[in-house]
Design a protein around this ligand. Structure first.
Ligand code: OAK
Length: 839
């Protein structure tokens, strides 16, 4: 079958107004048409989901000209492009954001309501693609939004997992994981491009041969070959014509059956091969920090990286006579080490397939890649047993050995006789069982290396990547994370957006630093009143949602104290619980105590195999149950664990928070991005000097931030001096009472063994130093309670927080990447005359 473009087809395409028009009447007509002709439903039989699908197709139609024009412009102008390689893209639902970015929310709302429907209900139908675990995947999605908004030529490459992050249910207080079937009713936002499929080799062996010019070469004879099929989703920028592509790869067997095997009678072998090939893109690994040793995970990484690099080379050769200038046309960003096998794969493609010599190939490779690190946890540094790596990718193994050999040869000259240095820097860990160290491969093969917040980058330089920093300091820089205000303010908080825009105009949506203009209104009592009313209404909405979801009634006038993020010991959700139990204990001892009534809201998933994280979820739910059923508390404390925290729920909860909990042990959270989303929506932060908290505090002012806890230096010093949590346990009476209460079975229907592992771990081990930070946290929380009582004062602080969040737009981060790492310029996309411009 011929799937290449047929240039003899000159018939001009007639643009149907129903597919491009942006006025209410056209949209209404298009919606009806799509319901019938795409979704295949008569209006009287259409479900809400059918109507959502019809609307989604209607909006996709309006993206298509922008998308195709963008691709055509890039090809014609032969632009320099950034390619963001990420094993995760946690994009969240598309519909509302596309309406906002196209500038047609109101028209569509009208068109939909004239058809007797509610737009918000249709938006709520969308099943979000949960193709990520948390921070790293969501950051990739914010960056795609900013890249398009800033009109930067870009492609996001990843994996089209059939099953994304599991849905979380809570049964008797415990997390239960349910398969995420996000594709079951179809995905209207993607277009499959089977004509651009590529093949990826696995297993087998290598052999050397001499080519026709007498050159000595290697070739890889694989055991099996898997096909990658690209699925493309347009990512439209805000009020621009740029629509970049997110291209996700699905794996399939090369033939539907291996007929050779089939004919030899090995039916099951043939089926196994097909099943294995399809399994590669089947499911997202649900760990938010790397997992060691899972072979399928390594296959996933190589699969999407090889597909993506082959795709780039194909696109490149479409416009360029050779790959000599590849690094001048592409900058490939490695989102953590998951795609770092790309360094070896690009070498392989250049040398084996395109016959470059080593030095030239290495020059191109090193000048193509850049690497972002996203974690400081030592256990999170990805490494793969040589035995697995070499078996799956024999040719890459040879190339990695050669890269390492040449690298260490240089090191030997710089640090003669320093064997320690050599073994610390080596790409191969030879201290015991041999491993490939993926971060080392990324550092050696990249022209730039960055951390994601100022402290994080400093700690990388001082600690995790110290030897590399000493070797090439010029490669290192910091790029503090940011988040997109289009999703995290405009889309999720329309009421606040309206109030801000009424005062300072709408420029801030693309230039977040303009929020500073709000400082002029901080003394305006009327503005503060309406600010408070808005917050109250949003909290009331969340209260209704909580009641519907988990049947707990909460009072919107209480302080909403929120911690939503992955459940992990270093994020210290259990420190938050210690505070709750402290307040509860105080109220039991002194029922008339004057405290600020609070609603504690938690959300987050635990990795399915992470026992302690799951026990923390059980603890939150157990404490919630006891407090809720205690009439003496009289609603002054409420604890809610909302199941299945995801992007959609984040959009509901950030705007409703009064207090944002950012309480990780100093030196553990690389950056955090939830901290930014809360603060942009007018909540105040209680936090440690960790990750981007430090920069948030610098921006909003120390007086507008509730700071507690040890600094990173103090954490290190205490650890070095032999930290002993028991000292805190024995010397702090209230802390002891709280831990004893949890340990006694009070919250577990008398079962004193249930929370024992958690309590004992704190008293005897406490790797994340909760006990050392406990008193400082409790005192700080008391300050929060008092501050909240003065609502006028609180509103001032909240307004100032929003006004000073300009730095944390992902537009700022992306500008920095463009200027300092990628060296990429914006490219304006001009639509053909017959396309109706944005409203
Ligand atoms: C996930 C897998 C491997 C390594 C890191 C991660 C990850 O999600 N890290 C998180 O990245 C975010 C984006 O940079 C940061 O804000 C978080 O602090 C970090 O934990």
């Amino acid at each position: 079958m011929d799937t290449s473009p047929d240039t003899s087809f000159v018939c001009p395409i007639i643009i149907e107004d129903d597919r491009t028009g942006l006025d209410t009447e056209t949209i209404r007509r298009a919606l009806r048409d799509n319901l019938l002709y795409i979704q295949g439903k008569l209006p009287e039989l259409a479900s809400k989901n059918d109507l959502y699908m019809a609307l989604a197709y209607t909006i996709r139609d309006r993206l298509l000209q922008r998308w195709l024009t963008t691709q055509q412009t890039y090809l014609k102008k032969d632009v320099r492009t950034v390619c963001y390689l990420s094993a995760e893209f946690l994009v969240g639902p598309h519909l509302a954001n596309n309406l906002i970015n196209l500038g047609i929310y109101e028209q569509v709302q009208k068109a939909v309501s004239e058809s007797g429907l509610k737009l918000e209900e249709l938006i709520a139908q969308e099943e979000e693609p949960g193709l990520g675990n948390g921070g790293l995947g969501r950051l990739a999605a914010c960056y795609l939004d900013s890249l398009s908004t800033l009109e930067i030529p870009a492609i996001g490459y990843g994996i089209r997992y059939e099953f994304g992050i599991f849905d979380q249910e809570i049964h008797d207080g415990w997390q239960v994981e349910i398969t995420d079937k996000w594709l079951q009713y179809g995905n209207p936002w993607e277009i499959a491009r089977p004509e651009s499929s590529v093949e990826v080799k696995f297993g087998g062996y290598t052999e050397s041969y001499t080519d026709e010019n007498g050159n000595y070469r290697s070739r890889w004879i694989p055991d099996y070959v898997v096909k990658g099929i690209p699925y493309d989703t347009p990512i439209l920028g805000y009020r621009v014509n740029t629509a970049n592509t997110m291209r996700l790869w699905k794996s399939e067997a090369c033939e539907s059956f291996d007929f050779g095997r089939f004919n030899r009678g090995d039916y099951y072998g043939a089926v196994d091969n097909k099943v294995h090939s399809e399994n590669i893109s089947k499911v997202l690994y649900p760990n938010d920090e790397p997992i060691q040793g899972k072979e399928l995970r390594l296959e996933q990484q190589y699969f999407f990286v090889s597909c993506s690099l082959q795709d780039l080379i194909r696109i490149h050769l479409y416009e360029n006579p050779s790959l000599d200038n590849f690094h001048q046309k592409w900058s490939v960003q490695l989102n953590d080490t998951h795609p770092s096998v790309g360094v070896a794969e690009l070498m392989r493609l250049l040398i084996d397939v395109h016959h470059f010599d080593w030095d030239k190939a290495w020059f191109i490779t090193q000048n193509t890649f850049a690497y972002t690190n996203h974690t400081l946890l030592p256990e999170a540094l990805e490494k793969w047993p040589l035995s697995i790596f070499g078996r799956l990718f024999p040719r890459l193994m040879e190339i990695i050995y050669e890269i390492n050999y040449r690298f260490l040869d240089k090191i030997r000259i710089i640090y003669p006789h320093d064997d320690g240095k050599m073994s610390r820097l080596s790409i191969i860990d030879e201290s015991g069982e041999k491993y490939v160290r993926m971060a080392h491969l990324a550092c050696v093969g990249s022209q730039a290396i960055n951390g994601v917040a100022a402290l994080h980058t400093e700690l990388l330089k001082k600690d995790v990547l110290r030897d590399f920093y000493e070797l090439f300091p010029e490669k290192f820089s910091n790029k503090t994370n940011g988040v997109t205000p289009r999703r995290w303010m405009v889309s999720s908080n329309p009421r606040l957006t309206f109030a801000i825009t009424e005062k300072i105009g709408e420029n801030w949506i693309k230039h977040l630093e303009d929020l500073r203009g709000l400082e002029n209104y901080v003394d305006d009592g009327g503005f503060r009143d309406s600010w408070r009313r808005i917050k109250y209404d949003i909290k009331a909405d969340l209260a209704n949602y909580i009641d519907k979801k988990v049947g707990i009634k909460v009072d919107p006038s209480t302080l909403f104290d929120v911690q939503v993020k992955r459940i992990h010991e270093y994020k210290r959700q259990h420190l938050n619980v210690l505070h709750i139990v402290t307040l509860y204990h105080r109220l039991k001892n002194n029922p008339n105590l004057d405290i600020t009534p609070r609603t504690f809201i938690f959300g987050g998933k635990a990795a399915p195999g992470y026992f302690m994280a799951k026990l923390i979820i059980k603890l939150i739910n157990s404490v919630a149950e006891v407090i809720d059923n205690d009439p003496t508390i009289g609603g002054r404390l409420k604890v809610v664990f909302l199941p299945d925290y995801n992007v959609t729920f984040g959009q509901r909860v950030y705007p409703a928070a009064d207090l944002s909990e950012q309480i990780s042990t100093a030196g553990k959270e690389a950056s955090g991005t939830g901290n930014m989303k809360f603060s942009m929506n007018g909540s105040l932060t209680i936090g440690t000097l960790d990750g981007a908290n430090i920069e948030i505090r610098e921006e909003v002012g120390a007086e507008n931030f509730f700071l507690f806890g040890l600094t990173t230096e103090e954490v290190y010093a205490k650890k070095a001096a032999g930290y002993n949590p028991q000292e805190y346990y024995y010397h702090n009476e209230e802390l002891r009472a709280v831990l004893d209460l949890i340990g006694s079975g009070f919250f577990s229907r008398g079962d004193s063994s249930l929370f024992r592992p958690l309590v004992d771990n704190l008293i005897y081990n406490d790797p994340y130093m909760l006990l050392a930070d406990y008193q400082s946290y409790i005192d700080c929380q008391e300050g929060v309670g008092w501050a909240y009582k003065d609502q006028e004062h609180w509103s001032r602080l909240a307004i100032l927080n929003v006004a000073r969040m300009g730095k944390f737009s992902s537009d700022r981060s992306i500008r920095e990447y463009c200027e300092e790492i990628w060296r990429i310029q914006p490219v304006k996309i001009e639509l053909p005359d017959y396309i109706q411009a944005n409203a």
